[in-house]
Structures are given as C-alpha cells and as structure tokens.
Design a protein around this ligand. Structure first.
Ligand SMILES: *Cc1c(COP(=O)(O)O)cnc(C)c1O
Length: 408
C-alpha cells in the first residue's frame, strides 16, 4: 500500500484522510480499464473520430536541409481537437468518469488550455463542469475564459495566495473533498498524487505508440533522439514511453526563461534551483527556497510555468534514463520564427522549446540519424505573446483600434 505510485524516491500520495477513499476508488477504476483491452479500443475510436488521431508524423524537409545534419520529423499533436495533446488526457479521463458513474468534473487551469480541454470534454459527455483558475490568470487569459464559459463551464476565479495556478490546484482539492461522491477531479498533467502521474501518462502514451510505428514505417529504423518540452511532463511522458525499451535518447526541454543564471526560469531538473520536496500531495523536484517556500517561475510560455514536475521524470533524471535541457525565451522565439518560415507550421510556445533544443543538436548529428520533435500544440493561441515578442506595429494598431471601438 505505502509503496504504490513511487518512482525511485519520488511520487506517492500524501493525502488528507478524507480523500483516501476517493483515491482508492480512482485507482481501482484505473486498474480496471488498464487491464481491459476493450477500453483502449474505445479510447482509440473516440480519439480517431473526435480528435484527428492518429496525428501525422511530418518529415520537416526544409528544416533538415537548413541544419544539414539529422533528418527531422515532427509529431503533430497540434492537430488534436482543441489544439494540443491535452485532449488525449481529458478524453481518457472522461471515459473513465463515465465508467465510474460520476456526473460532475472539476479542473485547475493556469493558462487556460487545460480548462478549455476539460470544458470541451464535459460538453461532449454531458457532465457539469467547474474550472478553478487564479484570479490573476483569469485576467490575463480572457480568450480561454471566454471559450470555457461558452462551452458551458463555470469558471471560478481563485483569490487566495498569489492567485495563480498553485492556488487554483488547492481550491480544486477543496472542492473535491466536499463533493467526492459526484465529482471527479481531471488533473491536467503527469503530476499530483498517485495514480495521476501514471494515469495521465497512460492516456498520453498514445503519442509514443503512434510515433514509434510511424517512424518505423517512414524510415525503417528507430530515431536516435526524441525531444519534448516539459511543463508538468505529460506530453514528454507520452512520447518517451513509446521508446522506453529502445536504444533511443530521450530529451526533455524545460523553460529556460531569461536564462538559468538569472533565476527567472521554470527549470526544475536542469537548473540547480530546485530541490526534492512534498507539496500538492506528491514528492518531486520543486523550485523552492530552503524554507520550502515556492519560488516565482518565469517563462514566455504559460504552459511550462510550473514549480513542480512529474515524479516519473524526476526519477528518470536521477537515473540518467532521460536527459534534460532548457531553452531560453529568446531561443524559443527564434525557433518559432524559423519553423513558421521553413515549414509553414506554427508550434505553440511550449512546443517551440523542444524545437529550439533539437535545432541546437541536429547539426552535430549525421545525415543517417533521425530525430523526432513532439509538437505538443499549435501556436495560434499565442498570438498576443508572439505579436508582443516580435513587436508587430500593425497588431498594436489593431488592438488599440478595437479598444477604442468599445469606448465609443
Ligand atoms: C499544457 C501544455 C504543455 C505542458 O504540459 P505537459 O504536461 O508538460 O505536457 C506543453 N505544450 C502545450 C501546447 C500545452 O498546452
């Protein structure tokens, strides 16, 4: 019982007594679907009819030529419904909720992407849906809040603490404690108490399963390296798990922000600023000070801006079974611009971290080598941030004009 859900030293389930039975129920339900071959078939059918699976593996011919080294392939999670790999997780949990007979879902969200995905799933399955979001995030992510509400969800601005993601997580847990019988908490990434890290990774493993088959079909061999960005770690776990038994190097890329020396980043595994701790019900590397106070994180991409990281990846970090790197905001914008111009593809700012690291390494590999970059999501959601970063004057003019129309 005690050792369940541990990965080396990390993971576990540090729960208030009142939630223990709910987690046991969840774990039992998850074990059941995991051992039921019909469940995975139902999941694949749902994802192929609602979310464009299997997503393509695109050969990036122009980028390959640009760097003159390894052949670059891109796994296109951006083509999922709602524009990112998050659909894999929420739809999987939706099927699970249906089997558990619950009628209400709640979720936390920071940038709003997981909130939109959960609200979408709830609409499709006919569940009531409440999304907890820090008040600061509600104010800066209005487009996602708008869509969550249009999709039928109730968005609750959380006014505790610093009013961001971690406060929203705490509030979601408080809700769960009082509505356990009817409600499931759709956690958004491969973090949190057991069984969430394993369960979210399980649903995301569809990425790696497909990618492995697709690269073997295209190239007749395995890739030398695969790259994924690491926020909480779910898209990385999804891609990596397809290659766990292969001689393939797994590279996770964290948010380097303004640089690892600046202290303004969200790198838990590559930087020296994180240490092992227990928070939010699980044990992992957290960006915290010596008193256990969580540090401020900084990244151009809201989706990688989190103090903790998947306990499964923390264990892989310590064992050396995956390598972790970081890309700065500046490198990310450069990688994004190049990918748009060369391939006509707009990666999410999160995904562009994986692109940036792959671009650093591709020229050092041989033309016989093959690499895969996971494009976790599409970048059109980032129009406000990217337009600011490239300082586009016509965009500014448009925003000012729009604002004036409302004043008139
Ligand atoms: C949320 C998000 C991420 C970060 O989450 P992980 O759990 O680390 O995968 C990465 N990319 C995109 C596009 C996202 O929306």
């Amino acid at each position: 019982m005690k050792n369940r859900g541990y990965y080396g030293d990390y993971g576990g389930a540090f729960l208030p007594e009142i939630l223990v039975a709910t987690f046991d129920e969840l774990e039992t339900a998850f074990e059941k679907i995991k051992n039921d071959p019909d469940f995975w078939k139902e999941y694949e059918t749902l994802m192929s009819t609602y979310s464009c699976r299997a997503t393509p593996l695109t050969f990036a011919q122009n980028l390959t030529r640009e760097f003159g080294g390894a052949k670059i392939y891109i796994k296109r999670e951006d083509l999922n419904h709602t524009g990112a790999h998050k659909a894999n997780n929420v739809m999987g949990q939706g099927l699970l909720v249906k089997r558990m007979g619950k009628k209400r879902v709640i979720a936390e969200t920071g940038a709003g992407q997981h909130g939109v995905a959960t609200a979408t799933m709830a609409a499709k399955f006919g569940f009531d849906c409440t999304i907890y979001m820090g008040e600061v995030d509600v104010l800066r992510q209005r487009p996602n809040v708008f869509w969550m509400e249009q999709l039928g969800a109730t968005v609750v601005p959380v006014t505790d603490g610093t009013r961001i993601l971690k406060d929203a997580i705490n509030e979601a847990f408080r809700d769960w404690v009082t509505h356990m019988d009817t409600t499931h908490y759709v956690l958004g990434t491969a973090c949190g108490p057991h069984p969430f890290p394993e369960m979210v990774s399980y649903f995301q493993s569809i990425i790696g399963k497909e990618a492995r088959q697709q690269i073997l079909a295209a190239e007749g061999k395995l890739p030398k390296r695969v790259y994924a960005c690491v926020g909480g770690g779910s898209n990385a776990m999804g891609l990596f798990s397809g290659f766990f038994n292969d001689p393939v190097e797994l590279v996770g890329v964290e948010a380097g922000g303004k640089g690892l020396d600046s202290g303004m980043h969200a790198s838990r595994l590559k930087s020296k600023d994180a240490s092992c701790g227990i928070a939010q019900g699980y044990k992992t590397y957290f960006l915290q000070d010596s008193d256990g106070q969580m540090k401020e994180t900084s990244s151009i991409s809201a989706g990688l801006d989190y103090v903790g990281v998947s306990p499964i990846l923390s264990a892989m970090h310590d064992k050396g079974t995956a390598r972790f790197e970081s890309a700065t905001d500046e490198e990310v914008i450069a990688a994004l611009k190049l990918t748009m111009k060369k391939e006509g593809i707009i990666p999410a700012l999160e995904s562009a971290h994986a692109f940036a690291q792959a671009f650093k390494e591709a020229p050092t590999l041989s033309r016989q080598d093959v690499i895969i970059i996971n494009q976790s999501g599409r970048g059109d959601k980032d129009i406000f941030t990217v337009a600011d970063a490239v300082d586009d004057p016509k965009w500014k003019e448009f925003i000012i004009k729009k604002a004036k129309e409302y004043h008139a």
